[in-house]
Design a protein. Structure first.
Length: 314
């Protein structure tokens, strides 16, 4: 049965074909004969409570030089789509929140929106780890410098990061006797006005920051271990890390089995759990990536797994 599927994403002309998970999803949907439509945030509008957009029908290709063809824009009501995939990248700012309100109206009218707009607003990718303390390293979230200093003195070696960052941006490692502790904490907290996260440093980062993709509550068979570049603390691919597929460990599966059902209950059917060693550091729900790398290295089709979950609900 043909379906009308829309993807709300960042400019399609700028994606990295070999790495873009949204493209993997679109290719999988197209392979089923589903009709694809491309939405941009700037083209959303609402009249008298009815959400709409200027949408473009698209065809996609697994081709590094020619990955899409788009038809001219047409006005469409969001509720006329069978499914809308929310694949906008952070930053999670007010423009992002406004986009979820458009999608919420479509969801209320019966369109399947993934991930669920309310969940996207509720789940901060750093703070949501607090719902699973048994899976996390010692963690502190605060704007109070004295609390952060005490945490640093207790653990000696810590990571501090903003609650709204992505791609490894503004992540600092504070080692014992680090002379920059004061300036880092002042800068990160805006002199005590902004909440940040501190976590005990996990030395297993040298073995990679693993991204475990969870589809409909079930983990994909392999994780992508993002190995830090030489001299780097961060494994993020955006920070120069290299992705290597690794089988899930018993602890990885235990974590996924703990977090996965909670995500499904909230309407999050595609998520990425970040694990270093045995510990969760983040739970990504906005636009998780790494599907293309895992597909390539492990002969998987994660996009099709996601389409199975969608089809089951449609």
């Amino acid at each position: 049965m043909s379906r009308n599927v829309a993807v709300l994403m960042d400019p399609i002309e700028n994606i990295k074909v070999a790495k873009d998970t949204s493209l993997a999803m679109m290719l999988a949907a197209q392979a089923r004969g589903w009709k694809l439509h491309y939405l941009q945030r700037k083209n959303l509008f609402m009249r008298d409570g009815k959400p709409a957009a200027l949408a473009q029908s698209v065809k996609v290709f697994d081709d590094q030089t020619h990955w899409y063809e788009a038809e001219p824009e047409k006005e469409v009501f969001l509720q006329d789509f069978d499914c809308i995939l929310m694949r906008l990248d952070p930053p999670f700012n007010m423009d992002y929140v406004y986009a979820t309100y458009f999608l919420q109206r479509a969801s209320d009218a019966g369109t399947l929106v993934l991930n669920n707009p309310a969940a996207l607003r509720d789940i901060n990718e750093k703070m949501f780890t607090a719902w699973f303390p048994q899976c996390c390293p010692p963690t502190l979230i605060t704007a109070l410098a004295e609390k952060l200093r005490a945490f640093h003195q207790e653990h000696g070696d810590i990571i501090v990061k903003p609650l709204d960052g992505m791609g490894g941006a503004s992540i600092f490692r504070l080692k014992p006797d680090d002379p920059n502790v004061s300036v880092v904490l002042e800068t990160m907290t805006l002199f005590g006005e902004r909440q940040i996260m501190a976590q005990r440093y996990i030395p297993e980062i040298t073995d990679g920051d693993k991204r475990i993709l969870v589809v409909d509550g079930v983990p994909v068979s392999h994780a992508l271990a993002r190995m830090p570049a030489a001299g780097e603390t961060r494994g993020n691919l955006a920070a120069g890390g290299t992705g290597v597929a690794v089988p899930l460990s018993e602890r990885d599966r235990e974590i996924a089995e703990t977090v996965g059902p909670v995500l499904v209950d909230k309407g999050v059917l595609f998520a990425g759990i970040d694990v270093i060693g045995d510990w969760v550091t983040e739970i990504n729900v906005t636009s998780p990536t790494c599907a293309r790398e895992l597909d390539e290295q492990c002969n998987l089709d994660i996009g099709s797994q996601f389409m199975d979950a969608i089809e089951k609900r449609l």
